[in-house]
Design a protein around this ligand. Structure first.
Ligand SMILES: [Ca+2]
Length: 504
């Protein structure tokens, strides 16, 4: 739905599930198997393109076999909702991931070739777990979030969701209740998260955690509150509210009925603020550090971790990971890959503003980076690790980028080898490129060709924002998280982090 989550993942992730129910996610094959085990299920696939057109495909029968049978898919009874039949082609196929090839192609590993995970045949009519390519793109054939029968091989959908429900009526109503509970919880999480985002200070993960904590905190008292109010009114039967949303509605109605009481919405906000106070207080700082080096200089005992810095002044609070250990510490990390959780194939405005979570994978943002390197001498360190536990680094004594008006042009020099070799000097003097803003030195579009975003030349010696490919893979040339001088073009690193600090 938004291209925030990476879906190119190994078998155990697809087995257990990943992502967040409020956003992009995969439920997990094991849960799916158990859900469809005892009842007859139908499946509906809803999708939307980037022009706002919506269609669906529906199948009256859906189930999957247990893991011992490769979670084999059984789907039939197609009804066309405008999307065409993308799934019947996959009927009878086992589930395949890049590290567990159970597809029907003897020539290729479909998951590696089409950068997804699915009940691949040889290979697909639908690739819902492919790369979120933000619309039409035929640079690399068929790797997007594709539904062939509607938009062809090289159109990556804006949204797609696959949903199931039991055919049997009684079971259906139970399932609907359960579903509405989940929806209610999800919409509460979204609401609270939006509120928290407007308050600034916390990152995405913390917002979600806080929202979840608030839900837990508020659910019982509100149910209790609404129940008490009901009991006091003699003319009404004292029916206890059945759900959280019912309790919340009752509570807000009471507030509205009493004259002179603050409006329900502001009341809800004040309740949330009250509960948030400790969280916010601990985040407020007396000083506004520009970068991790400021924090490090203020107190050399502070450990590595997530801190708030202010690269563009008091209103520019942003969370970063500070490396307080490497080579004397005080490093501000502006790019980090470590577990393949975040999707890095994103448009210009995402790379300008930054994305991800400072506690995990993230990109700080070109605008912050520009301000951090402005009128100071800055050095760059790139730390990396392969899947065998080997570590290496490359260090550059000078690093800066130009403003957006100059395409955030890169200036990097003064290489010192920490075993990784020099893959950055090749990019010196290049502007930053994303798939939707080609400023590279190649006739084609390097970002689309290498599924990343970087100071591409023609095109790269390193692709730190490429596809997290979990190690060696030469199926598609140089699209991984590569560092040419250490592991070549077809080895996607386990971790890489790019960090800066003022020259000491
Ligand atoms: Ca170009």
């Amino acid at each position: 739905m938004d291209g925030l989550l990476n879906f190119y993942r190994p078998w155990d992730h697809y087995k257990k599930g990943f992502g967040s129910a409020a956003g992009e996610y995969w439920l997990g094959l094991e849960s799916l198997f158990h859900l469809t085990l005892r009842k007859r299920f139908e499946i509906r696939v809803d999708m939307e393109d980037f022009s706002g057109n919506k269609v669906f495909a529906r199948y009256s029968s859906f189930s999957i076999d247990p893991e011992s049978h490769g979670y084999k898919l059984h789907v039939s009874g197609f009804t066309n909702g405008g999307a065409g039949d993308g799934l019947t082609f996959h009927n009878g196929q086992k589930f395949s991931t890049f590290d567990k090839d159970q597809d029907s192609s003897s020539r290729v590993n479909c998951a590696r070739k089409y950068l997804g995970a699915f009940w691949y045949n040889s290979c697909d009519n639908a690739n819902p777990n492919g790369v979120y390519r933000w619309g039409a793109d035929d640079t690399i054939n068929r790797v997007g979030v594709e539904w062939y029968n509607w938009k062809g091989r090289n159109y990556s959908l804006k949204t797609i969701s696959m949903k199931i429900r039991p055919l049997d009526k009684l079971a259906q109503s139970v399932e609907q209740q359960r579903g509405s509970g989940l929806r209610e919880r999800a919409s509460f999480l979204v609401l609270t998260r939006t509120l928290l985002l407007s308050l600034g200070e916390l990152n995405e993960t913390q917002h979600l955690l806080t929202a979840q904590r608030l839900y837990t905190l508020l659910e019982a008292p509100l149910l209790e509150l609404a129940k008490d109010d009901d009991a006091q009114e003699a003319e009404r039967p004292a029916a206890a509210p059945a759900s959280f949303s019912e309790a919340l509605t009752l509570y807000l109605n009471r507030c509205e009925q009493q004259p002179g009481v603050t409006t329900p919405r502001s009341k809800l906000v004040s309740v949330l603020l009250l509960l948030l106070a400790p969280v916010l207080t601990c985040c407020l700082r007396l000083v506004l550090p520009l970068d991790c080096n400021d924090i490090h200089n203020h107190d050399k005992s502070r450990p590595s971790g997530v801190y708030t810095i202010y690269p563009i002044g008091a209103t520019s609070a942003v969370q970063v990971y500070c490396d307080m250990n490497s080579a004397g510490g005080g490093w501000t990390v502006f790019q980090r890959r470590m577990d393949g959780s975040v999707n890095f194939y994103r448009p210009w405005d995402h790379y300008k503003k930054g994305f991800g979570s400072a506690a995990g994978e993230y990109w700080l943002g070109l605008e912050s980076l520009y301000h951090l390197t402005l009128s100071r001498n800055i050095e760059l360190m790139v730390d990396m690790e392969d899947f065998s536990g080997n570590k290496a680094f490359a260090r550059y004594s000078s690093f800066s980028i130009d403003p957006e008006s100059q395409g955030y042009k890169l200036h990097v020099s003064g290489f010192t080898d920490g075993g990784a070799g020099d893959s950055m000097s090749h990019h010196n003097g290049q502007k930053f490129s994303t798939f939707d803003k080609d400023q590279d030195s190649y006739s084609g579009n390097c970002a689309r060709l290498h599924l990343g975003a970087f100071w591409y030349n023609a095109c790269h010696y390193t692709n730190p924002n490429g596809v997290y490919r979990w190690g060696a893979d030469n199926t598609i040339f140089a699209v991984g998280v590569d560092w040419l001088r250490w592991k070549g073009w077809n080895y996607s690193l386990k971790t890489i982090s790019m960090k800066i600090r003022p020259v000491q």
